[in-house]
Design a protein around this ligand. Structure first.
Ligand code: FE2
Length: 228
C-alpha cells in the first residue's frame, strides 16, 4: 500500500508496504518524493515483485536497509544485487552474524543515530534497538513513522530466545523508544502478526502487552515464558 494522506504528500519520503513470503513479512520501499534514490527495507522472499515495483516507479534501487540479520528479512539481497549496484545499511553489531554473507563488501556499517540521506531532504534515522538481535535497528522516517522490524510488532514484540537475543536489552530499547518517540508516531512492523498492519505508538501503549510492563524483571520473565 502507499501512504497518500495529506501529511505524507508533503513529506520528502513516501513509504510503500508489500507483504511477502510464508512468514507474513512486511517489506517497505522508501521512495523520495523528489528524484533521488530508491531504498528497500528488509528485501526478502519475492525479488520479482520488488523489481516489478521499482520498474513501475521508474527508478533504480540504490539502497538496502536491514533491520537485522535474520534470513527472513534479507533472503532477497542476492537477487537484487544481480540487477543493481546497492549500498546495504546494517548496524555494526550485526557484523558477527553476517560473516558468511557474499555481499559484505557492499555493506555500510552504522551506529545508533546515523542518518541515511536518500536525496531531496529524505532521510532515515537509524535507531539502535538491541534485544531481538544485537544489532537490531528501528528506522525513523519523516519523523513520524518508524519501521520497527522484529523489535516491535503490533500488540507484540520479537522473540529473544534465538542466538544473540537479550530480553533485558529489548526492555531497555523499548523504554528508550517510549521516552523519545512522539505518541503520534506510526509503528510499521516487520511482520503482519497483529490485528492490524500498523498503529500509532499511543495505541500500542494501550494494547501491546509488552509495553505495559515497566519493570525489567517482569518484562524478561514474560518475554521468555515457555512458548505455548
Ligand atoms: Fe527476526
Amino acid at each position: 500500500m502507499t501512504y497518500s494522506n495529506e501529511a505524507a504528500a508533503q513529506a520528502p519520503l513516501h513509504l510503500e508496504r508489500l507483504q511477502l513470503g510464508p512468514m507474513a513479512n512486511f517489506v517497505y520501499l522508501l521512495v523520495p518524493t523528489q528524484r533521488g534514490r530508491l531504498a528497500v527495507v528488509d528485501p526478502a522472499w519475492d525479488v520479482p515483485a520488488l523489481l516489478a515495483r521499482a520498474d513501475e516507479l521508474g527508478r533504480p534501487l540504490t539502497d538496502i536497509v536491514l533491520t537485522h540479520h535474520h534470513a527472513d528479512h534479507r533472503n532477497g539481497v542476492e537477487g537484487l544485487l544481480e540487477r543493481f549496484s546497492l549500498r546495504i545499511h546494517v548496524q555494526r553489531a550485526e557484523k558477527q552474524w553476517l560473516r558468511d554473507a557474499a555481499w559484505l563488501s557492499e555493506v555500510v556499517w552504522h551506529d545508533g543515530g546515523d542518518v541515511i540521506e536518500l536525496g531531496g531532504g529524505a532521510t532515515v534515522t537509524c535507531l539502535a534497538t538491541p534485544g531481538h538481535t544485537p544489532g537490531s535497528q528501528c528506522l525513523l522516517c519523516n519523523d513520524n513513522k518508524i519501521l520497527t522490524g522484529d523489535t516491535l510488532f503490533i500488540d507484540g514484540c520479537g522473540r529473544c530466545d534465538l542466538p544473540g537475543g537479550d530480553a533485558g536489552a529489548l526492555f531497555k530499547s523499548l523504554a528508550n523508544l517510549r521516552t523519545h518517540l512522539p505518541k503520534s508516531t506510526l509503528v510499521l512492523p516487520g511482520h503482519d502478526y497483529g490485528p492490524v498492519p500498523e498503529a500509532s505508538w499511543e495505541q500500542q501503549e494501550i494494547s501491546n502487552p509488552y509495553l505495559q510492563l515497566r519493570a525489567d524483571r517482569d518484562f524478561v520473565d514474560y518475554r521468555l515464558r515457555p512458548r505455548s
